[in-house]
Design a protein around this ligand. Structure first.
Ligand code: PLP
Length: 393
């Protein structure tokens, strides 16, 4: 397999799916290639990102967090200020506008904690498309507020009762639905994972973060940053802020995985640190597997990082050394959650809190004249109850 094979990132990526889906993925690839070059699609997306999502998001200095870290100045890219409170909406509005263009009337999506389900339902409500979200019954029980949000937004939520009744099972069910409904249905994947062309589409739609950030750095700092830090679940907020800096060899890029309770199998969600190459949900990347090749159990205090796989482009960036990956555990994330709240007046998502902890650590390693950008992927309102529970015990 050559590096230039479409849908490959080095040896990673690809399209490991049943025959019936290949046709749908090829149709999607063609539609995306046309749309992404069409000024009409780009203008509609840009207007939506400006007027509905609220872009560009702010880029602000974090003076008190920087002082506490002691070292580089930390800057926040404020994706938490985007509509619905995180970066996920950048992807869902882009794919809904694409689906409309493809003549699809129905959208399906998988969701774990419900954040991607809510972002998808929001975009569908805005553009008047039917929306059906697959969610594990166990997840639906734990995240009943997000189930209600999706229903308020007009979506149908299917609770999936198979397997462990969580994200993995919901994804399988969404794929199965798509196989039988591709004519009228578009499937919106929530991160830079899955079969080609999803990792590329989602990275391109999330690249608005890095493109804006690059301009904001040049305007505000007069130069590029020394380092950019983002948390990695499936890897979409990280890919989105990293991609426009990848060609700038002097900009260090740091992805942060969830260390959970520690390095023991089942205790974390860090496939790049502790996993091996394998196929999950249609592409080859790093995966957490047990000795029999079964997908391993994962744990993180943050639902959005609690995934045994990671986008194939991150696997490539790890192997080529272009991006450094670090691990932050639950305890450090919980402390950083409180730290950013107290020092900057920004309550971050628990996912984001992992990047906050790594940023403080890295800032201390850098000289005082260095600038570090922290991608603030989402706001923490959704997590305050869980943090209250965790701090109580
Ligand atoms: C879903 C989510 C993540 C993890 O997803 P990525 O695809 O890795 O970005 C990170 N932060 C927030 C706020 C999220 O909602």
């Amino acid at each position: 397999m050559s590096v230039a094979t479409p849908g490959r990132f080095g040896r990673f990526g690809g399209r490991y799916v049943p025959e019936t889906l290949v046709v749908a993925l090829e149709e999607l690839e063609i539609a995306w290639n046309e749309a992404s070059r069409d000024p009409g699609y780009r203008a509609e997306l840009e207007a939506c990102l400006r007027d509905f999502v609220g872009r560009p998001t702010a880029f602000t200095r974090a003076p008190r967090l920087s002082a506490e870290a002691g070292g580089a100045t930390i800057w926040l890219k404020r994706e938490d200020l985007a509509h619905t409170g995180a970066h996920k909406i950048n992807n869902t509005v882009g794919q809904v506008i694409l689906a409309k263009r493809m003549g699809k009337s129905r959208i399906i999506a998988e969701t774990g904690a419900g954040q991607h389900g809510v972002a998808t339902a929001t975009a569908c409500a805005r553009f008047g498309l039917d929306c059906e979200v697959f969610m594990g019954a166990e997840d639906a029980r734990r995240q009943s507020l997000n189930v209600f949000r999706m229903r308020l937004l007009g979506a149908t939520v299917h609770e999936v009762d198979s397997g462990s009744r969580t994200l993995k099972d919901a994804t399988n069910e969404a794929m199965r639905d798509w196989m039988g409904s591709v004519g009228e249905t578009h499937y919106i994947l929530g991160s830079v994972v899955g079969p080609h062309p999803f990792p590329t589409i989602v990275r391109e739609l999330q690249s608005v973060i890095g493109t804006e950030c690059r301009v904001q750095c040049l305007e505000t700092l007069g130069r590029l940053p020394d380092a950019v830090v983002a948390c990695v679940g499936g890897g979409s907020n990280a890919a989105g802020i990293f991609a426009p800096f990848v060609a700038d060899a002097d900009v260090r890029l740091i992805g942060v995985e969830a260390g959970g309770r520690g390095v023991a199998p089942g205790g974390h969600a860090a496939p790049l640190a502790f996993g091996e190459p394998g196929v999950l949900h249609g592409s080859l990347s790093y995966v957490l597997q047990d000795r029999n090749g079964q997908t391993a159990d994962v744990h993180s205090c943050s639902a959005g990082l609690d995934y045994p796989g990671v986008g194939p482009e991150h696997a490539h960036w790890k192997e080529t050394g272009r991006v450094e990956y670090r691990v932050v555990d639950d305890e450090a994330a919980l402390a950083a959650f409180q730290g950013l709240s107290r020092l900057e007046g920004v309550i971050p998502a628990l996912e984001t809190a992992h990047a906050v902890a790594a940023s403080v650590e890295l800032a201390a390693e850098l000289p005082p004249d260095a600038n570090l950008v922290l991608n603030c992927s989402g706001r923490g309102d959704k997590d305050v109850q869980e943090v209250m529970r965790l701090l109580d015990t």
